[in-house]
Every structure is written in C-alpha cells, then in structure tokens.
Design a protein around this ligand. Sequence first.
Ligand code: SIN
Length: 505
Amino acid sequence: MRYLTSFNTDLLEIIECDVLIVGSGIAGLFTALNIDDSLKVCLISKTDLKTNNSYLAQGGIAVTFNKKDFQGHIDDTLKAGAFYNDLTAVRILVEEGRKNVEKLIEYGVDFDKIDGEISFTREGGHLERRIIHKKDYTGKEIIEKLIQVVEQRDNIHCYEDTFLVDVLTCDNSVDGAIAVINDKECLIKTNHAVLATGGVGRLFLNSTNSSISTGDGIAAAYRAGAVIEDMEFVQFHPTPFHSNGEAFLISEAVRGEGGILRNDSGEAFMGKYHSLKDLAPRDIVSRSILKEQQLQGNKNIYLDVTHFEEGYFEKRFPSIFSYCISQNVDPRKEWIPVNPSAHYLMGGIKTDLFGRTNIEGLYSCGEAARTGVQGANRLASNSLSEGLVFGNRVANVINESKKNDGNYVSVINEESSELVTEYKKDIVILKTIMDETANILRTRKKLSSAKDRIRTLEKKYEDVYSYKKEFLEFKNMIIVASLIIDMALKRKKSLGSHYLENDDE
Ligand code: SIN
C-alpha cells in the first residue's frame, strides 16, 4: 500500500514551507529551533505540542561534561546495546552532547544544581554519575521551555491536531506531504520533511508512552520507500506502576539513588542476575523481574525506597511521590509495586549520521530514527541526548541544502465506511497480539502465529479508507506491528532486547 488515503491535490488546501517537521518532542522542537530563521518551518503535532514521550521523560539526559569520561560513556552505551551499536554514531552522541545541552540552557532550560553546579545522577548500565535532570520531570521542563522559544520564532509555524498521512515523493525525492488538519486534508508543499514522530509503545497494551506513540512516521516512511531497520528491538522499562490500564513510569533514577527491587518475600534478588544488581542494563532488569515473578508464582515485584533519608524521596521525586500517594501507596513506608512495560524502540527509519534517509529530502531523528546509537538496547537517558545531537545535525544539513520544485499527482480511493466501525475492537486485538508475542521473553512459535494474525487484520482493512484520525493511526499500527514481527522472526538468536526463550525452537 503506497498511500493511506485518497487525495486530489487540485482540490486540497495548500500550505507551503521550506521544512516540514513532524513531531513536537525534543527532536522535533530542537531541529526546528536550529533551522536557519530565513527558512519557513511548519511543525505539525498529532494532538497538542506537549503530548509526546519526551514530555514524560523523568530521569534526564545522559551527557558527559568531562572529556575524561567520554570513553566510559561510549563503553556503557555499547555494553547496554549488546555491541550492536554503530560506534561512530555513539562517539558523536557522546562528543556532541555537551554543546547541545549548553544550547538548551541558553533556551532557558533549568537543571538541578548542588552548590551552583549541575548535579548528576546515575541510572541502569551507567558506571558513572552522568545524568542531568530536573527533579523527576526533566522532559516537562525541557519541552515547556522549548515550546516557549519556538512560539517566539516568526519562521516556525506550529499546527496542532494535525495528522501526517503520507510523505509525497517524486524520483526518490521529497516533494510534499498530505496531512489532515482538524479533519480536513491538505497538501504541504516542501522539499524537506523531518520525521521526529517518536516511538511505538502504544502498539502494546501496557506502555509508558504517550497516547500518540503508534509509529505513524515510521509507517509513512515505509510506504514512501524508506529503509526501516531493527524493529525487533523494543525496550521494556522495568519499573512502571500499573493502574487502571495505564503504566506510570517510576524512573530508573530512583534505583540510581539507592532504590532496591524486592520479590514478594522481601529478597533483594537482582544480585542473582547481574553484578550491577539493581543498576544492570534495562533489558536484563526487565527479564530478571519476569523470571522472579515466574519463580514465585506470579506474585508482585516491588521497589523499596523506605530506607531513604527522611524527606529525600518526596523532594527528589515529587511527581512519582504524588502519583504513588494517589494510588494509596506511601513510598516512605511501603514498597512500590512495579511491572515492566513497553517503553522505547531502538530501531526505526534508517538514517546516516546526519539524519538523512535513502530518500532525498527525507530525514528522521529522535526515537523514530535508527541512527545506530542505541544498538539492541538503549542505555538509560541516552534518548533525550540522541534527540538533541541528531536534531541539531539534521538542521545543519537542511540549512546547507538547496530547494527544488514539486510535481503533484492525485490518488483517488473511494472512501468506504464499511468496517470502519469495527476497528476499535481490532485495535485491542492487535495490542493483545503484540503483548503476547513481541514481549520481553519471546518464542519463534508465538512470533509466527502473530505474523498470521496480523496478516489477517491487514487483509481485512486493505481496501478500507477513512479520514478518521484514529482509523488512520490503526492502519499505521498494523504496518508497524508487522515490521516488528517480521524483523523479530528474521533474527534467530537472542540479542539485547530481542530475547528468545529458546533460541533453537
Ligand atoms: C527513566 O527515568 O527511568 C526513563 C529514562 C529513560 O527512558 O532513559
């Protein structure tokens, strides 16, 4: 399927810009701010500018201020990534982190300090304290400040409630995009499109991700012919708190500051699984939690912070504290129940070291991109850094490039409302398939059955068209789910977050 809907380009409202940016997380906003102000930028966001995974980031930004720690940060990133990372991309991430963080500070972003100096915390997989943060709402602090700066820029035009339908190409080069703005299709004429559309967590029943994380940018890039890679690597965060069908993140920084995982009998079990104990890389902690749950007959696993110095937890982690209290768990006196949930996609749209894809004028950065930085399992807090460093690189490349003209064709598919009413229940079916098969402990048998079940859904909706945003999103979810399952089936041995319970099955 090349296009998600039908469109007659002669009849559509037209928006023209030099650069289209899709997504308002850290990668999208930071790219926009680094584009030369002589270029007109349209930044579109599926709901509002604050609904994205970056906004929800608690822990912080992994950044090395001291050159002496460059090699340490590189080594920890490679180790967490199962050495599947692209070494040059990792070096760039580490070496260019500081200058981009300094830009954030210039934009007004505030980080926690001790005696006037930025304070660093630790998270899983880091052998050093190198994570800067704003209490436990680092993402909120960054996104709110960046939005304020974006709003002051005359060359950046933001469109909320705007859904990217498809990227238009001609001779393997971008010449525009189709988007639905407030339920109305429009043609965006541009030669540069940056997909910073985030992850895919909402393909699963339980996820820490924001409601918009359904992989729309990856699906649109795939339909346009972009190379998609490493989709089998889905990271599950070990310690969200589940309640009412939502997974609230309990930051890894809580373990970085001394939190301890305990089983139902009170045993601090992580020492059995890894020498870094509670601060082992995330994929290992998530698998250990599941194994421990199985061993004790599906009883709860908990995070214990009751030994923290009086007053510290609520001061350092105010959002987590108030969430726990709202769930009738007082972390000062009780252990917090935790459960791994879908959190981050390491794969995505394949790019070079400047965010360029195989299609001229199409770029990607942030979680939607596969730059090679994250390998088979991302090191904690390397995601905001990746958004900054590669967002800045994409902007630099665009600033230096030339414009060319578009040549638009129409695609007419009859809208068919038949079945459009049924898709809501099929969204739940799709998420259940992903939860049962593309999860922390996988088997090839289950992955193969998922492939057939997803193919059935794909066929059912193949010729069904509608402009309803949720339906378009669902069709993208089917594409992305089948990319994850197909790539997971192709990787026959366990690696990083792709863990097969029985490799030889
Ligand atoms: C966390 O705070 O544990 C999440 C940060 C991240 O995903 O790196």
